[in-house]
Ligand binder design. Structure first.
Ligand code: GUN
Length: 298
């Protein structure tokens, strides 16, 4: 049976450290500030954004949320982003995605000042991560959280280990691959066009699933003793819980994989809780950098 990697506990530890550091910073007159922007009324996005704002308040941050109607013009959103860029009380800016179709998301993201881009989506931060310039980069929160969980199990140096990332998104797959490379792993990025995906997955000492397909990675895709990091969060019908009920599952068939893996993240309670925790960490780091302080290691 695999060791369960407890993301809830790890996320709580990160948040505790952020709170402690925030108390110290605030005593020096610096309060980390996070602005979260949401456009439209997508219910899932509303829930995510509310929990980001709430957690920021719990951390002792200056937390502001801008909720704009779905018909907001792109120029108006760009003007808000520019105003937040210029606001010294704001250290982190997050524009919740997806944006309505009439808004060019790329233009909005690239308008965020790179030093306030706590999502790590700006080309400057993507480039810094790609070149291993991690000291001054912002790393996207979900892969940063996944990496923190992985390091708990495997340590910080992954030399000699084969890592396979399934999924090539800009938000998870690609940054995850770069983080693994920066930690000296031998990295393969696999995706929907990969030939014999199960065989590629079986070569992995570290298997990261980030495809958004419920339970796609079966037990026989997992190498004996591998560390499995499941980034997927998928809602599927759960008739066993009653009519119309649903439950959350990952991209990995957990019941099968846990029998073979050495360690595995559960869903829920694995990578999921880490995302918001890392957003808090990135905002704190940004406030430190903006004030010439060395950020704490989290
Ligand atoms: N929508 C879903 N995940 C994310 C995220 O990590 N950042 C932003 N900005 N939007 C998202």
């Amino acid at each position: 049976m695999a060791e369960f990697i407890d993301g809830k506990a790890a996320a709580a530890e990160v948040v505790e450290k952020v709170k402690t550091e925030t108390v110290a910073l605030t005593e020096e007159g610096i309060t980390p500030g996070l602005a979260v922007v949401i456009v439209g009324d997508d219910p899932a996005s509303q829930v995510y954004v509310a929990s980001k704002s709430k957690r920021a308040k719990e951390c002792g941050f200056h937390s502001v949320q801008h909720t704009l109607p779905a018909e907001t013009a792109e120029t108006e959103l760009l003007a808000l982003v520019k105003a937040l860029n210029a606001d010294p009380a704001i250290h982190g800016i997050l524009v919740q995605l997806p944006l309505p179709d009439h808004i060019d998301s790329a233009r909005v993201i690239q308008t965020i000042a790179p030093e306030k881009d706590v999502d790590g989506f700006h080309f400057i931060n993507v480039g810094k991560l790609g070149t291993g310039t991690l000291d001054s980069a912002f790393v996207p929160c979900t892969p940063a959280g996944a990496m923190l969980l992985l390091k708990r199990v495997r340590g910080t140096d992954l030399s000699g280990l084969n890592a396979v990332v399934i999924g090539r998104s800009n938000i998870v797959g690609k940054p995850m691959a770069n983080l693994l490379l920066a930690a000296n792993a031998t990295v393969t990025i696999a995706h929907s066009r990969t030939k014999d995906l199960p065989a590629v997955a079986r070569s992995a000492d570290i298997l990261v699933a980030a495809v958004g397909r419920p339970q796609m990675v079966r037990g026989d895709w997992v190498k004996e003793g591998a560390t499995v990091i499941d980034v997927g969060i998928n809602r599927i019908p759960a008739p066993e819980k009653g009519e119309g009920k649903t439950r959350l599952v990952g991209d990995v068939a957990f019941d099968e994989a846990e029998k073979i893996a050495g360690a595995i993240t559960p869903v829920p309670g694995g990578v999921g809780p880490m995302t918001i925790a890392m957003l808090m960490a990135n905002t704190l780091v940004s406030a430190c950098r903006a004030n010439g302080r060395v950020p704490p290691s989290l």
